[in-house]
Structure formats: C-alpha cells, structure tokens
Design a protein around this ligand. Structure first.
Ligand SMILES: CC(C)(COP(=O)(O)OP(=O)(O)OC[C@H]1O[C@@H](n2cnc3c(N)ncnc32)[C@H](O)[C@@H]1OP(=O)(O)O)[C@@H](O)C(=O)NCCC(=O)NCCS
Length: 148
C-alpha cells in the first residue's frame, strides 16, 4: 500500500524511536527530544508515513518567519526507494514555503543519496560543519534552498 502522510503524535514515538535506532544510531534523538518537539506546535511540523497503522517513515520541519530547517527525515530500511522519503520532503517543503523564505538542512557528508534528493529539490551546499553528528563525529554538509 502507499502510506498516508499525517501529523506525528505522541503515540507514534515508540515506532519513531525504533526507526531512529535503525537509521541513525549512534546519533539518535531521544524520546524527550521528540516530546519537546511535538509540544512546540507553533513552529514545528512533524509528519509520519503511516501504512495501515505501521509507521514506515517520518520527517520534521522547524519553521520560523525568517528561516525553516529540515530537522530530520527517515524511511524504514525495508521501505526505502519507494518514493516515501521524497513525498515526506515535498510535504515539508510545501509547509516551509508557507512559513519561511529559506530552508536549511544538514546532511551527513557521506550520504550521497540524501544529498541528491535535496539537490533535485533546489538545495545547494553552502558549507560544512566538522563533527556535527555526535557521538559518531561525522561531518555535515549544510544545504540551503530559497523559496521558488
Ligand atoms: C534518505 C531517505 C530519507 C530517502 O527516503 P526514500 O524513501 O528511500 O527515498 P525515495 O524512494 O523517495 O527516493 C529519493 C530519491 O533518491 C532516488 N533513489 C532512491 N534509491 C536510490 C538508489 N538506490 N540509488 C540512487 N538513487 C536512489 C530516488 O529516485 C529519488 O529521486 P528523486 O529525488 O528524483 O525523487 C532514506 O533513504 C533514509 O531514511 N535513509 C537513512 C536515513 C537518512 O539518511 N536520512 C537523511 C538524513 S539527512
């Protein structure tokens, strides 16, 4: 089935944290971080891809008046390559364009697939941050997209 995109809820956090471990270990966000994010409804926009009750992907946007930020995006390993990540990103960008003139994100310097996905949606590299991801100490590429 094609998963449905819907707002992330507290009840999704067990599934989200399991995906977080699968996709981002050891640089995982904690339950407390996600609870804080979900409480900040004015500036946050978190989505899950829900396939008949199973969370198979998620993504989050932080949006202020002057700038938005793609906070996270992930798709279950077994479901990657089906277009779910692209749909999640497009939904975040639609929301970002409603709220902010600019979107920024960080992506692991060794993650070519994600960088390609972002470039095809108008993001360009503007810098690097050494050791941004902790505790793995992986460098980040910073990318920026202006509202079209
Ligand atoms: C990055 C990620 C979110 C992409 O999600 P996905 O559902 O697998 O991606 P999609 O199927 O939508 O494909 C995204 C793009 O990559 C391309 N792509 C997918 N698999 C590919 C592969 N094996 N080789 C080359 N290109 C590929 C698709 O054609 C698509 O292109 P488009 O930009 O023209 O639409 C997902 O791979 C993931 O969760 N990775 C681990 C966590 C991660 O790295 N997150 C990003 C952190 S910044």
């Amino acid at each position: 089935m094609t998963p449905r995109l819907r707002p992330m809820r507290l009840a999704d956090l067990d599934a989200v944290l399991a995906l977080e471990e699968e996709l981002f270990a050891p640089d995982t966000w904690t339950r407390a971080m996600y609870r804080d994010e979900l409480a900040r409804t004015d500036t946050r926009h978190y989505l899950v891809a829900d396939d008949e009750g199973t969370v198979v992907g998620y993504a989050g946007l932080i949006a202020y008046d002057d700038e938005a930020h793609v906070a996270t995006i992930g798709v279950a390993t077994a479901r990657q390559g089906e277009g779910i990540g692209a749909r999640l990103l497009d939904a975040l960008l639609t929301e970002a364009d409603r709220r902010s003139p600019v979107v920024l994100l960080e992506v692991r310097a060794d993650n070519e697939l994600a960088q390609g996905l972002y470039r095809r949606r108008g993001f360009a590299e503007i810098g690097r941050r050494r050791g941004y991801y902790q505790p793995s100490n992986t460098d980040a590429v910073v990318m920026k997209r202006e509202k079209p």
